[in-house]
Design a protein around this ligand. Structure first.
Ligand code: PHE
Length: 461
């Protein structure tokens, strides 16, 4: 039976759909699992003071973000449209489409710095294979990122590869590749983690990672960072999951798929911590709080150097990390692409135009790690341009997007309609009432509280 409020959305068979539930789970997990887990999560743990951050992060994932993941998938599936079109078709002639538009802007903004870091991982495939980082990987990384033109070219390369995959059709390529690559990434992470746990600094590293130090009360900025990281890692708040949901068939058990995606994503992030902190604390003079964007690049080559076959392991690790980054970059670029394609533009031309546009936007981030002194320490903000980008989009844009999506799902389109959509074809929605409560009250209130308190803290400080 058709949902009454999705009647405006005439089905468009030509949009395509996922081959199977497993295919969807892998593609969505491919979007979620990326640099956010392996590059971002340990860095945020370092900045946020260790285990306290881990705790706050887990609460944000399960209490705030998981319900929103379900909402995004439901909105996408009900409308079978790009994010702007989805709001238009579920609530026509209202300004809600702006939420979709904001998401598109956020996706482009995120891709502009994401491609720079993905460029680093690409280069490190070669550096790890050849042992180029030598005995002082931190200094090596510093020299590498200060080379502006190399960084611009690397991010351009990443965007071109992403574009190539999207133009060629995602399903056959990505779905198939993810089935091999995601398990391989898991395996390598576990092996590396086991090696890291036997290093001399392991106990200290684990304590830092797992034992919250409640004497240092976590401040609101840490909570804001945890919330932003949770949104970023699950690809939420900007329509990526909505777009992927729009390719779902009514038969899919959305709740179960969402649980898989959130579970896999959280596991990879936690594993990355088991790798970085024991390895980091085995290095002399390691200070996790000062790691910044280069944390994993400065720590991991040191770990590979201690292992038999380290060059091979290292190269394999960065190959898989590059692939994880690419499957996320694909979902970031797919959002604006879907908007143009759903409005009748040719897919190929849309992707090429967007790629050029994002390449230009990526330049300041690529030059912000030493190549340009002004961009490497912005006067007003006291941070480099890339870190500023990551903070603006992750800590602000995504939670605000998530807040609006929660309000839309809970109140405007309505929680009952979401539940009806997800129960289509007799699919189960266990805890539907708990979900309705979370999406209507807890998610909006918690996000609003965190955002307002953070803003107050910034202006007071
Ligand atoms: N979730 C991806 C990661 O963790 C990043 C991403 C954010 C992808 C938002 C799509 C949308 O790396």
């Amino acid at each position: 039976m058709d949902n009454p409020s999705s009647q405006n959305c005439a089905p468009d068979e030509s949009r395509g759909s996922w081959g199977s539930s497993v295919g969807f789970i892998l593609a969505a997990a491919g979007s979620a699992v990326g640099l956010g887990n392996i590059w971002g999560f340990p860095m945020q743990v370092g900045k946020g003071g260790g285990a306290i951050f881990v705790l706050l992060y887990l609460v944000c994932v399960f209490v705030i973000c998981f319900p929103i993941l379900i909402a995004e998938l439901a909105i996408g599936r009900a409308a079978a449209r790009d994010p702007i079109g989805a709001f238009q078709c579920l609530k026509p002639r209202t300004p809600w489409w702006v939420v979709g538009a904001l998401g598109v802007v956020a996706g482009v903004g995120i891709l502009s710095f994401y491609s720079v870091i993905a460029g680093w991982t690409l280069a490190y495939v070669w550096y790890a294979a050849t042992g180029a980082a030598g005995t002082d990987p931190g200094a090596f990384f510093g020299g590498f990122v200060a080379d502006g033109s190399k960084n611009v070219w690397l991010s351009f390369a990443v965007l071109v590869i992403t574009a190539g995959i999207i133009i060629g059709g995602v399903k056959e390529g990505i779905e198939k590749a993810s089935k091999v690559m995601m398990p391989a990434l898991f395996l390598i992470l576990i092996l590396l983690g086991l090696r890291a746990l036997t290093l001399p600094g392991a106990v200290q590293g684990l304590a830092y990672y797992l034992k919250p130090d409640f004497s240092k009360a976590a401040n609101i900025a840490v909570l804001n960072a945890a919330l932003g990281q949770a949104f970023f890692s699950l690809s939420l708040g900007m329509g990526a999951m909505m777009t992927y949901g729009s390719y779902l068939s009514k038969k899919t058990m959305v709740i179960k798929s969402a649980a898989w995606v959130a579970g896999l994503d959280t596991m990879v992030a936690l594993l990355a911590g088991f790798l970085i902190f024991p390895a980091g604390f085995s290095l002399a003079g390691f200070n996790p709080a000062e790691g910044g964007p280069g944390l994993i690049f400065a720590v991991l080559p040191g770990l590979f150097a201690t292992m038999p076959g380290g060059a091979l392991f290292g190269a394999a690790f960065f190959v898989l990390l590059t692939i994880a980054a690419l499957t996320s970059a694909i979902s970031l670029l797919e959002v604006p692409t879907a908007v143009l394609v759903d409005r009748g533009f040719c897919r190929r031309k849309s992707v090429m135009t967007l790629t050029l546009f994002v390449t230009i936007l990526a330049v300041p981030s690529a030059l912000s790690q030493g190549a340009s002194p002004a961009l490497s320490k912005l006067p007003l903000f006291g941070m480099d341009f890339l870190t500023l980008m990551a903070t603006v989009w992750n800590n602000w844009a995504l939670p605000i997007g998530g807040l609006l999506i929660a309000v839309f799902a809970g109140w405007v389109w309505g929680a009952d309609n979401v539940v009806a959509e997800l129960k289509a074809e007799g699919n189960p929605f266990p805890f539907a009432r708990a979900w309705s409560f979370l999406i209507k009250y807890v998610c909006p209130a918690a996000i609003l509280f965190i955002i307002l308190m953070t803003a107050r803290g910034m202006f007071a400080g």
